[in-house]
Design a protein around this ligand. Sequence first.
Ligand code: GRF
Length: 207
Amino acid sequence: MRIAVFASGGGSNFKSILDATRTGELAADVVLCVSSRPDAGVVERARSAGIAVHVIPGDMSGNLAGLIRSLRIHDVDLIALAGFMLLIPPRLIRMFPDRILNIHPALLPDFGGKGMYGMRVHRAVIERGSLHSGATVHVVDEKYDTGPVVLQKKIDVLPGDSAEDLAARVLVVEHKIYPQALELFARGLIVFDGRKAIINQRPDTQS
Ligand code: GRF
């Protein structure tokens, strides 16, 4: 499986995915990093790891042809969004049916939707007084955070947690479940029943 990671931030999820391919925990290759920001940490990480980088020079719709060309050149068959700040256009979603994943730093469907990203998510969880949060890997559809859930892991919100404390603990979970979810795809273990993603069999790496 040939993965393109789309990211606009520091790229810690990019790193966890790349590391998993290199340890053999994930039977796939990261062949491309796509970013909306040339100065993003993830771009530097990808370059120093020898991974090809495609920077989108503006909005998605005006630059889609160049992006699609890059995806074809690198023969990408699955896209992993990891802190990517642009909305994926319907044409790209149709080109990769059920093959675009995203990681969200909360337990979807809670704390998802337009405007719910980054620290805003963790602040909302703390403000609501939720006892739990976590991370969700889901398939991307044409709306924000509404596609089928592939993997989810719950953690406790601890008394006195700040949004930053919670973000740090959720990130640890993200680094674990994103490679696991990708491995399920690499091994062909995900099947779809309507809008539900079903795991046919647990992979060895699952815990
Ligand atoms: C993560 O918290 C992810 O859940 C969200 O964006 C953040 C990306 O962090 N979608 P990083 O760039 O992978 O460190």
